[in-house]
Design a protein around this ligand. Structure first.
Ligand code: SF4
Ligand code: SF4
Length: 248
């Protein structure tokens, strides 16, 4: 009988909401487990050793010692997948980068700040090569299943290369700009079915920039057309896109 591919889940700085999405697959997860062997997956089981066919890694890198651990995971994994916004684009952890370590370390650790070698947050690809990305905060469970299936079949996972606005229009939503609000769907990679707008909110950009996103046009729409201040637009962009927008 052919050996099952071995997959594992690891986490760095983040809320672990993406692994929770996978644990919550429940009966579908049992189907997946029929086709793979699970190595490390702290939210579901203890133990497990490499090497791995696929390592799914959640969270952003926020300490020098994270880099060593991530490189060790990379070394024993054929395929490394960044799981969720913190791992793919740095996510909300990167908001602290705009303050500088002299501010955020004492703010979090008080007079023990020197005990913790935290530095500016960064996505996995800033430290090691990443083979595939599953975007979102949290990830979409169906997308996780599709990408995992594609990887197990030896295919390059498909990623939408168009913005959230496309899915938003398909969902029949009225654009938030019609209500005088801001929305980052114009520059954000699709794949979530515009879920936040459909639920009455706006897009904050958790899936990262769409390829070829026109940042100048986006700023023109938000500042000149929607009449919002540069500071408000900057705050919105820094929520999820802080690392990306400073490394463009
Ligand atoms: S609400 Fe946002 S995602 Fe929807 S069409 Fe308008 S800008 Fe695009
Ligand atoms: S609408 Fe925007 S913020 Fe909401 S899940 Fe989709 S990409 Fe993320």
């Amino acid at each position: 009988m052919a050996k099952k591919p071995k997959i594992a889940f690891f986490d760095f700085a983040g809320c672990e909401g993406d692994q929770l999405q996978i644990a919550n697959l429940e009966e579908t997860l049992l189907d997946v487990l029929g086709h793979v062997e699970i190595g490390e997956f702290r939210e579901v089981r203890t133990g497990g050793k490499g090497p791995y066919d696929i390592a799914f890694v959640e969270g952003s890198i926020t300490m020098p010692k994270d880099e060593e651990r991530l490189k060790a995971i990379r070394a024993e994994s054929k395929t490394l997948v960044a799981l969720g916004a913190c791992a793919t684009i740095g996510g909300i952890n990167c908001m602290k980068n705009f303050l500088g370590p002299g501010v955020y370390r004492p703010e979090v650790y008080g007079d023990r700040a020197r005990w913790y070698e935290t530095y500016d947050a960064r996505p996995l690809r800033a430290v090691v090569p990443v083979d595939a990305e599953i975007h979102g905060c949290p990830i979409d469970r169906d997308e996780f299943l599709r990408v995992t299936k594609e990887l197990l079949l030896g295919k390059k996972p498909w990623l939408p290369d168009y913005p959230v606005c496309v899915e938003c229009k398909m969902a029949g939503n009225v654009c938030r700009y019609e209500f005088g609000e801001l929305c980052l769907g114009i520059i954000t990679r699709a794949g979530c079915k515009a879920t936040c707008v459909t639920e009455g909110a706006r897009c904050w950009g958790c899936r990262g920039l769409a390829p070829h996103a026109n940042m100048d046009a986006a700023r023109y729409v938000m500042e000149d057309r929607a009449g919002r201040s540069r500071l408000e637009v900057q705050d919105l962009m820094r929520m999820y896109l802080g690392y990306t927008s400073t490394t463009l």
